[in-house]
Every structure is written in C-alpha cells, then in structure tokens.
Write a protein that binds this ligand. Structure first.
Ligand code: XUL
Ligand code: CO
Length: 434
C-alpha cells in the first residue's frame, strides 16, 4: 500500500518542470572524487518525518497522517516503520536518525518502554537489511517528559539523573543493534532557567560524569562509533550549557572527553547562538571535530528554532566549502533536521520539502567544488597570510619569536603597509559561481 502519491523521485535535470523530480541532485554523478550521494550522505529524521504534527506555539497540529491511529500502541509504532521506509525509498535517502521516543512509545514504566523499543528496533533492523538504509545516529529524548523539566544529566535530582542514564544505556544498545554510525547528545534541558536555583559547577560535573559513563558503556557493548554533541544556546532552556561549538569544545577538553566526542552542527542553532553556520562549522573543523550536520535554516523574522528546509544556495555553498575543506564526512552526513511549514500539511509536502533541501545541497556541492577547483579564493587567503611564510612571520609561527624580536623588527621596518581585505571582490567571486 502506498502512502505517498508519487513514484520514486528521479533526477530529471535542470530544465525539468516536474515538482516531484530532482533538478540538481543526481546521486551517482561524480563531483571531484566521489559521487554526489557519497559526498552528501543525506539522512531523514524520524521525529520530523513521522512524528511532527506541525503544531506551533499558538496552535495544534495540522499534519495529515492517515496511516497513524494516534495511539501510543506498539502496533501503531510498528506500522509507522513501513511508512517511513516507503518515504526513504521514494526519496532515495539512505540514512536516518531517531530519538528512542520517536520510534517507540514511552509506556507506564521503564521496562515496558524498553520492551516496546526492542520490538520496534527488531522491525527497523529487518527493514534496514531489506533496503540497505543505515542509521546515521541514534539519540535518547531527554527533554520531552515532565521528569526532565529541570534537566536530565544536569537535573538537581539524582533519581532523574539515574532514569536518564538508564534511558541512554538502552538507546545506545538500540543504536548498536542497528549498526548506527554515531550517537548524539542534544541537551535541550541541560541548562537552566535561572541561576538563583542552579549550581552550575555541580551540574557540569554531573554532565561530564554522565558522558564518561556513556563512553564506558559503549566500550562494554562494542559500540565504536563517535559520540556527537549538538550545540544550541537556548530553547527550551533559557541557557543551555552546550551553547555553541567553542563552548562544547571547551567543555569536552576540560573534562577529558575530546577523544571520543565530536560535534553535530545545526544551522538554526548556529544562528540562535548569534553565529553563522560557517562560523560554527569552521570552529568545529579547525579542532578536527566536525562530525555531522543537522541541515536546516531559521527565519530572520521569527525568533525561535523554525527548523526550515535549506533553500539558500549561499548557505549550502558555505557548508559544503567547509565540508570539502575537511576532506568530507567520515561517519557523519547531512541530516535534514527540518520540518514543513504548518500550512504544508499533506504527506506529499514531505517530498517537496526534501527535494528542495537535496537539490539545494547538490548545487552547494557543485558550486563549492567549482570554487575549490578554480583556486582563486584559496589563493587569495594564502596570499593574505603570506607575510607569515618567511622572515618575522615565519619566526612567529615556529614559536621562536620574542617581544624583543618584534620590537626590533617594528623599529627597523616602520609603519606597516596593510593590504586590502577585498571582501567585495571575494563576494563577487562567489557570485560568479552561484
Ligand atoms: C532540537 C534538535 C534535536 C536534535 C536531536 O533543536 O535539533 O532534534 O537534533 O535531539
Ligand atoms: Co538537531
């Protein structure tokens, strides 16, 4: 039975007028040394595709989900799996991501919830085997239930902390069972609403202990994929500890977690943090810690995390410049952590949304590749720093320079003749390729 009124979405080229076709994403097309699908590694999030009813802070859900009986039963959860895999198959998306509570219901007690999860995981496993689809990452939902309203791994209550640990233990085991490539921590409640009631130092110590326990358990069960932290500065908490790439890296370094962790960077989280996406990606990549990407965008006119589909070529070009610059993804990929607008409530809108995101990233990939092949941008940047390639600059970079050396140099050489940064010229250069 078909739940989406369309055939498998095909590549028809840029002259196609078919809204249910790719105009730019041609999975097998080679760009540089890899095919588009190997570069982009698209993933779909179970929570948005299957579970997002399209509510907003002022109104309830609008999404039509005729396959869903609205119940918390395991049968309903199992039925959704077929629909999701039909969606993936029709879109040609080969990876997916989940929270434990997206795929299976939270029932009256933890062991009943664990049993439900086991049943759904068994079905996901057989679907993965049948289709070749892979789990990009799993995660535990430690933010929706009321018990986590004051945090999970940063809860002031050790009972809650224990519950969260038990939940992550199980979610890790499910990720391992499904050969997941990675495991994500997004700390929506790991922060505070007011410092008046918060011992920040104890909360951060507890969070670090929690993550060390996760590593220990992963080693115990033979899960060897990376852990990702997904930065976001606020929402739902007023302040979240994992606020941006730099804050996460500092935390990981301080608590001896760098080896096993890298970052999963989301566009709308970067902008909520007051950064651009390329800034967040670059901070992570410079530390060798850019693991994966949650691909979406925000809206400049709305202050919250709107999780819109990426449609901006400048954005996808800049993302792909960083991704290509680090040599591409290894375990990570581009997970569309994005939802349709509330007005786009029909199942087929899921196709339109993902086609747009995939085509926009395909173009971003081609443009970024062409900019790199052209070489003028990189040459300009190299040239801009060339005074550090020899003489006094080289001495600075080699670590052998002193303030006395700098003073002698400055006294001898007089006022520096600074070159233009040429921002406008470089913006024009990027536009040449877009
Ligand atoms: C929330 C968000 C999450 C994480 C996974 O803003 O991005 O969906 O990606 O918990
Ligand atoms: Co996300």
């Amino acid at each position: 039975m078909s739940h989406f009124p369309c055939d498998k979405i095909a590549y028809e080229g840029s002259s196609s007028k078919n809204p249910l076709a790719f105009k730019h994403y041609n999975p097998e097309e080679i760009v540089g040394e890899k095919s588009m699908k190997e570069h982009l590694r698209f993933a779909a999030p179970y929570w948005h595709v299957m579970r997002n009813i399209l509510a907003d802070p002022f109104g309830g859900g609008t999404a039509q989900m005729p396959w869903d009986d609205g119940s918390d039963s395991v049968e309903n959860a199992l039925a959704r799996v077929d629909v999701f895999f039909e969606f993936l198959e029709k879109m040609g998306i080969e990876y997916y991501c989940w929270h434990d509570r997206d795929i299976a219901p939270e029932l009256n007690d933890l062991s009943a919830s664990n049993d439900a999860l086991d049943q759904v995981v068994a079905k996901l496993k057989s679907k993965q085997e049948e289709t070749g689809v892979k789990l990009l990452w799993g995660t535990a939902c430690l933010f929706a239930h009321a018990r986590y309203s004051q945090g999970a791994a940063t809860s002031p209550d050790a009972n809650v902390y224990a519950y969260a640990g038990a939940q992550v233990k199980k979610a890790l085991e499910a990720t391992k069972e499904l050969d997941g490539l990675g495991y994500t921590f997004w700390g929506g409640r790991e922060g505070y609403s007011t410092l008046l009631n918060t011992n920040m130092k104890r909360e951060l110590d507890h969070l670090a202990a929690f993550l060390h326990m996760a590593i220990e358990h992963a080693d115990k069960i033979g899960f060897d994929g990376p852990f990702y932290i997904e930065p976001k500065p606020r929402e739902p908490s007023t302040h979240q500890y994992d606020s941006d790439s730099a804050a996460c890296l500092n935390f990981l370094r301080e608590y001896g977690l760098m080896e096993r962790f890298s970052l999963n960077i989301e566009t709308n989280h970067a902008t909520l943090a007051g950064h651009t996406m390329e800034h967040e990606l670059t901070v992570a990549a410079n530390a060798g810690k850019l693991g994966s990407v949650d691909a979406n965008r925000g809206d400049t006119l709305i202050g919250w995390d709107t999780d819109q589909f990426p449609t901006d070529l400048y954005l996808t070009t800049q993302v792909m410049l960083v991704v290509l610059g680090m040599g591409g993804f290894t375990t990570g990929g581009l997970n569309f952590d994005a939802k349709r607008r509330r007005e786009s409530h029909e199942p087929i809108d899921l196709m339109h949304a993902h086609i747009g995101g995939m085509d926009t990233f395909a173009r971003g990939l081609k443009i970024a590749h062409a900019i790199r092949e052209d070489g003028r941008l990189a040459d300009f940047v190299d040239q801009r720093y060339s005074s550090f390639d020899s003489g006094i600059g080289e001495k600075v970079e080699s670590g052998s320079c002193t303030f006395e050396d700098l003073e002698t140099y400055a006294l001898e050489n007089g006022e520096p003749g600074l070159a233009s940064g040429r921002q406008e010229m470089l913006e024009n250069l990027i536009n040449e390729f877009i």
